[in-house]
Design a binder for this molecule. Structure first.
Ligand SMILES: Nc1ncnc2c1ncn2[C@@H]1O[C@H](COP(=O)(O)OP(=O)(O)OP(=O)(O)O)[C@@H](O)[C@H]1O
Length: 613
């Protein structure tokens, strides 16, 4: 094939205005019409296709002739400065790179699917296959990788596989992964790597909703930072006398873990001087919990976060949010405040884990729940058992009910002191307490090993927790859910209301007078009977236990008095006809007077009593 043939092939489809010159030095010279860029691209595409056909037909010899184009004489000039040969080579190279990229991407997606990872964002780094890969890929120190292995983490969990490389590449992320999926290590490893050696002053800040969780993260940070010089600290209680001590601790730490409340309390003190302007990583753990509540700017956490962000504002600062559920409020905040965001989701969004057997128990109403729980106890509970309730008041009520059931039960809620809470958590961990009642907030993110049963006594007040979605979510995770539960319909307005605010529930009590009313049905709606329930044996058992307890207390009092040689005070018998002048009666009479009831009526009652005696 000579140059003219090649020229003919390459210019196939081109329109030439005129033949400018006839023959010059035995060569035809043509001037092509100005070609639009798009047309040129289409033509080049066609040309390269032709070339490929040619190559396969001729074994590639012609192609190689053309491509060995160091010699510019062989290249055909169509537009000024652009030669077909060069352009084609570039295009071919790009094409090969593109197809390689596509292949890599497909491979990555397959790998992510295998691990239940979904990503949304631009230029998402490939997922991690192994912790040891970090050394070659990100220059992570071998000591850090060894420490991770010493913690028993032989291979990364799905959230670690994707969140770690993202953070290693300084990308801001919102990672949603089921509870217990190793999110703490997912952010601590990149943070420890990026901080390197201590430079003085905090450079990473971890915010979480509860003190207990802060301590748990702190313990994990201590474990993973072993072998590094980095100092981690948790902001402990901030009594007036401790403020200066806390300030000093923060100032000499590299990684600070705190609840937003405590940190803002310190930041707002005039006497305290804490600088956050060196912060490289601001991590928010259990973000869904922290953002819960009012979606406007007035929510306490949003204001605190704003203050912390202002105090730590710098070009180098990156943020990472970790959460067990995906909530629109968090997603929206991240979209608006985190540039180049990557969303990492592990498993089905807001799905129940399929590693745990789950059961939905229809209890009818509030008292039915207590009955059902006691039935569970009677059948034999295998401790440790965690029970979640909606509020601290309900936690106290349930505790009061269960304490007489002869099981080792305790409770943690915000009204208990830190020492009490720590003590209870410790006792639960070592098995001294079998059943631990806690509010959803208190139990958030707490990592208790070997918990045998988790009872969601009250559904949490979020939309995701609404009965119908719970049923569907559980079904998705492979649990048996009765069809009638899936078929339950709900008024959309009621559903919206429930999503915003927790339902009002009746008191947890076996006292028969305290019965639930219609309003307090928990969205179970149709068919849930609102009337009184038969508590029967349980009430009697509890009453007996109560009486027995009182009698025991009385006996011990008497025994103690005997031991001390003090006679127990005897109640004086009221003589028939004697005027009873108890303060209680006086108040009662006054109340009755106020209510317009006659005093006489009460007198008659006394007479009746006298007669009876
Ligand atoms: N790669 C790993 N291999 C084995 N165990 C791991 C790994 N990463 C973390 N763990 C362990 O898994 C447990 C749960 O981890 P972690 O508390 O970080 O989960 P989480 O996702 O933060 O849970 P939550 O949402 O409840 O806070 C911990 O005991 C931790 O030591």
């Amino acid at each position: 094939m000579d140059a003219y043939d090649i020229f003919k092939k390459l210019t196939k489809g081109l329109t030439f205005k005129q033949r400018v010159l006839g023959v010059k030095n035995n060569e035809s010279t043509f001037k092509a019409l100005p070609v639009k860029k798009e047309e040129l691209e289409i033509k080049e595409e066609l040309q390269s296709e032709n070339e490929e056909e040619n190559q396969s037909a001729s074994g590639g010899s012609d192609q190689s002739d053309l491509e060995s184009g160091d010699n510019n004489d062989g290249d055909l000039q169509i537009l000024e400065g652009v030669t077909v040969g060069e352009k084609r080579k570039k295009k071919k190279k790009e094409k090969t790179e593109d197809s390689l990229k596509k292949q890599e991407l497909a491979e990555q997606n397959r790998y992510r699917n295998e691990h239940g990872i979904k990503v949304v964002g631009r230029h998402v780094p490939p997922a991690l296959q192994d912790f040891s890969e970090l050394v070659a890929r990100y220059n992570v120190k071998q000591t850090l990788v060894d420490t991770v292995a010493r913690c028993g983490y032989t291979e990364p969990t799905p959230v670690q596989r994707q969140a770690v490389p993202c953070m290693m590449e300084d990308r801001q992320i919102l990672a949603c992964a089921p509870t217990g999926s190793g999110k703490t290590c997912a952010f601590l490893v990149p943070v420890l790597h990026s901080l390197g050696a201590p430079t003085g002053g905090p450079r990473a800040l971890v915010l979480c909703p509860t003190r207990e969780l802060a301590h748990q993260i702190y313990r994990e940070a201590l474990r993973l930072s072993e072998g590094t010089e980095l100092r981690c600290s948790v902001v402990r209680n901030i009594k007036e006398s401790k403020v200066k001590e806390r300030e000093a601790t923060i100032r000499r730490s590299d990684i600070v873990i705190s609840t937003p409340n405590r940190l803002c309390y310190l930041l707002n003190r005039d006497s305290v001087n804490i600088s956050l302007n060196k912060i490289r990583w601001l991590i928010i753990d259990e973000a869904d919990k922290l953002f819960e509540g009012s979606p406007d700017e007035t929510s306490a956490f949003r204001q605190q976060l704003e203050q912390i962000m202002e105090a730590s504002a710098s070009r180098a600062r990156r943020m990472a949010m970790f959460s067990a559920t995906h909530t629109p409020a968090v997603a929206k905040w991240c979209r608006h405040n985190m540039r180049g965001l990557i969303n990492v989701t592990v498993g089905q969004r807001n799905a129940a884990t399929n590693l745990v057997d789950q059961e939905l128990l229809y209890c009818g109403n509030e008292n039915g729940k207590l009955v059902a729980f006691r039935q569970l106890v009677q059948q034999g509970l295998k401790p440790p058992v965690l029970v979640f309730v909606q509020s601290k008041d309900r936690a106290k009520q349930l505790f009061k009910e269960l304490i007489y059931d002869g099981i080792n039960v305790d409770v943690i809620h915000a009204d208990r002191t830190q020492a009490q809470r720590d003590n209870v958590v410790r006792s639960f961990r070592v098995g001294r307490i079998w059943v631990l009642i806690c509010t959803e907030l208190m139990g958030r993110g707490m990592d208790f090993h070997g918990v045998n049963l988790v009872v969601n006594y009250d559904f949490p007040p979020s939309a995701i927790a609404y009965i119908h979605s719970i049923a569907s979510v559980m079904k998705q995770s492979g649990c048996a859910v009765p069809e009638y539960m899936l078929a339950l319909k709900q008024n959309p307005n009621k559903r919206k209301k429930l999503a915003k605010k927790a339902p009002r529930r009746s008191e947890i009590s076996t006292i028969l007078g305290k019965r639930p009313d219609n309003r307090e049905q928990e969205g179970l709606g149709h068919g849930a009977h609102a009337g009184p329930v038969r508590i029967g044996n349980f009430t009697r058992t509890i009453e007996l236990l109560r009486r027995r307890k009182l009698e025991n207390e009385k006996d011990t009092k008497e025994e103690k008095s005997k031991e001390n040689g003090v006679k127990p005070a005897k109640r004086r018998k009221i003589q028939p006809g004697e005027q009873v002048n108890r303060k209680k009666n006086k108040n009662k009479n006054n109340n009755q007077k106020k209510k317009g009831k006659s005093f006489k009526k009460n007198k008659i009652k006394t007479v009746v009593n006298k007669k009876a005696k």
